[in-house]
Design a binder for this molecule. Structure first.
Ligand code: 6CS
Ligand code: FE
Length: 267
């Protein structure tokens, strides 16, 4: 599925954009599932600070057969298997329907620091596969990245400012990088925004420094994130483990579907 050039770009820049991997019928199917899940009153649903709009729904693959198959579709799972060099499992899934006007910021961070500190992940051998269900443009809160920053460990520069895993889900993060450090890093690495049509796949390294601004466009910006971890990269025991819907501890490898996720197997 990935060309040697794709792999080179990913290794060099820490992320890779694969446009138009899913068609309109498929993104429509996922959007209608996203809508259904966002209406469920479940612990995995996190609201924005207004208490009205949905910020995230986690573990969508537990609540939707379509999302579960989607995590095993060749177009999501194969890139993860290639880039992580073998069998992978799901660490976390997250639906992010960034609502117009209330869809709040995600501050600069490296995902791996959360997975390492909060979940005991052994090594940065995990990645994100993000799939755009809406168009992502400069107005609706695209992910910003610093290309090449995936080679850095920002452990020393990232301060834990608040207790409690709940403070990773809202807009006020518990692990923060200081503004001085961020300014220097932006000078060194530069900033890019990751934009594309619905159906675009963006694969990015668990250590790529990224954030996203609020959505001021007036229209939703829905992205689904699948976080895959190598089966060879176990979560170690931690004193206060996060719930399994945020940090899955069952590393059973996933098998790639032989057909698109949108075509269920006939009974
Ligand atoms: O808590 C986590 O696992 C997540 N935290 C952030 C801020 N980004 C993604 C990651 O999955
Ligand atoms: Fe993140």
């Amino acid at each position: 599925m990935l060309t040697p050039q794709d792999v080179e770009i990913y290794r060099e820049r820490g992320y890779l954009l694969l446009p138009d991997r899913f068609d309109a019928a498929e993104t429509d199917l996922l959007l209608s599932e996203a809508c259904r899940l966002a209406a469920l009153d479940i612990p995995q649903r996190i609201m924005e600070s207004d208490g009205e709009q949905v910020r995230s729904v986690y573990a969508v693959h537990h609540h939707s057969a379509a999302f579960e198959r989607f995590t095993r579709d060749a177009r999501t799972l194969e890139p993860a298997r290639t880039l992580l060099d073998g069998d992978v499992y799901i660490h976390q899934t997250q639906l992010n329907p960034k609502a117009p006007f209330t869809g709040d910021v995600w501050d600069w961070h490296q995902d791996y620091l959360y997975w390492e500190r909060d979940d005991g992940m052994a090594e940065p051998r995990a990645l994100n596969v993000a799939v755009f269900l809406d168009e992502v443009n400069e107005f609706n809160g695209p992910v910003f990245v610093m290309p090449g920053s995936h080679r850095l460990s920002l452990d020393r520069q990232t301060k834990t400012v608040r207790d409690g895993w709940e403070n990773t889900l809202n807009a006020d993060f518990r692990h923060k990088i200081t503004p001085e450090v961020l300014g220097e890093l932006a000078d060194t690495y530069g900033l890019e925004s990751v934009r594309g049509r619905p159906g675009t796949v963006c694969v990015f390294d668990g250590r790529l420094l990224h954030c996203s601004p609020p959505n001021l466009s007036g229209r939703p910006r829905t992205i689904i994130f699948i976080r895959y971890n190598s089966v060879h990269n176990p979560l170690r025991p931690v004193p206060d483990p996060r719930p399994e819907w945020l940090a899955n501890r069952d590393p059973r490898p996933l098998e790639v579907l032989s057909r698109p996720f949108s075509v269920p197997v006939a009974r």
